[in-house]
Design a protein. Sequence first.
Length: 634
Amino acid sequence: MPLTKKLLFLTEPSQLDCISNDLLASSRIIAVTPHIAFALDQRTIPYSTPENYIGLDEINRIGTACNEQFDTFHASVLRHITHPFFAEHPLLNIYYFQRLYTTITVAVRTLSAIISKEQPEEIMYMPNIGGNNEQNEEFIYWEKSLYAILLPLFSSKCKITPLFYENTVMLTPPPKIVYNRVSPKVFTPIVPWHIKKTAQYNILILDLKYNLPYLIDICRNNPECNLFVLDLYGNSTWEIFFNNHEIITQNPDYIAIKNEMKILWESLEKNTFFKSLFSIGGLDTWIAFKPHIDYFITDSLPKSYVIHDAVSKLHAEHPIDCVVSSFTVPFIHSFETIFNWARQSSVPSVVYQHGGAFGYIFRQAHNRTDFHLPDYFFGFGDGVKQYAQKYCLRSTVIPVGSPMIESHASYSHSRTHLIERIPRFDHTKKTVGYISTAFHGTVHHNPSDIYPDHLYFELQKEMLELFRKTANVQFLIKTFPKRYSQITREYVLSLNAPNIIIADQSVQELHALVDVYVLDFISTILLQTIASKKPVVMYYDQQTCPLEPDALKLLKKRIHYSESFEQFAEDLKYVLSSPDDPFCSNDEFYTSYIAPELDGKSGLRAYNALLDICKKYKRIQPQNTLETIGLHSR
């Protein structure tokens, strides 16, 4: 006998206005997102969450297994993508594809666990809600909810019923969700505004993110370098000529290879064996992978071909001495193509560390990409270099530091002016800044290095309840600036706590306002708050992303770190009652993971390191082999 007659999967609060009270009362509700869970709480409607059936330890176990199986899976897929260009560039955005593989696997295992435990007669869901409210990654996107895509695959277990709005009691139609799948803008670099005839080196810059604007400023103000920017994001504010997207997509080569890729895609869609590679847990999950493989073959690969051609032509006219990026492949497949071109052309390549999650936590995805594809990795500190040596990673790490974090720490704002812009701010009270990270929907890294959303939302609510009860202290709450993560703001407003204020200020501005920082996750913000020289109190669950043991020892010398909420509450109470925090003067973590020196010259160190690489390459130009300048074998 079934334990539960009906299961009802919900993702959006707006769905509650489209479902009858009788159906809500007669079903066991599975709240897929914290957004719908919060709405159900407000209506006192009982529900379960996916994490009630599969915990963080199991998600991590699945992620680890995916990591071990991924290379075989990846290679099997690549063998079927046969095209001359792809044969020379056998890359399928490992970072993105690995995350996709883990995400779908975790979702399948979760649904299996729910159905196994509940044994329902019928499962109902709404298929026509766009996936962007359940996902938070530009390329991990489906037109429907991922669960809505996968649930019909379980039709042999029970009846699966999609609920359409026209078949339900619709009070207010939910807003239509418009989501344009992100495609990288593709530009052909030509020349800078002014070619420096005396310049010795031509540098190809692939993006304008994170620390690169600081490095570019130094390069532009020195005579040694000409800069060529191939800004794949299309947000260039620099004086660089480039052709626009419309011109390049009319390129005959682009159109021709796009047509060839469409033919290849059509053949793969008919290839039963190829589609069978995408089975997980005995289920044919091709339907979930299909839009992403389609996107890679028919959209990304043709653009990569044109980018490869454009860079080759640029190199023929203005020989490139180094390729520099702030990351390799988190979202844009074309980065892989350019790094592969650099390998084949014996041009040295550099990735400049873009965020704070390098060196002091283990991330397999970074080990496969940022620490592997380039020849050199400009890390923030010596700890990043030691991490690369520990795991025998391919890229040579050069500790240079982060000019971005240095500038944020030294950026001064008028406290009086900022206070005037914050309603209810009381300058007589101690101020705590709580900065949270993003929700990720059903997306999972590999292995998991993020909180599942429901668990993270519960952690945030626990934090906020503690803040509400803390007398004579005001709390500024800064949430992650994506719409999917704004559920935290909604919850703060529902508390109506006079001592909790939502902060829309930048992190730099917060430095002028807060006395103490509170964190609950490892990200770039950890480095930014440490650089501020303010006390930092952190509550962290190492199940999400384990810290390197040596790094943890240094971290505990600089911040008040705890892995239990009770200890966190005690640490916060202690810091708030103490006039000074002796931890703030310890710079060991800073010099290991933010900048190797306390001199504020990270940008100059990066520039000098870049020149050194170019000089070594120039010296061996006749042989044109990177091995002779001490680089790892390609």
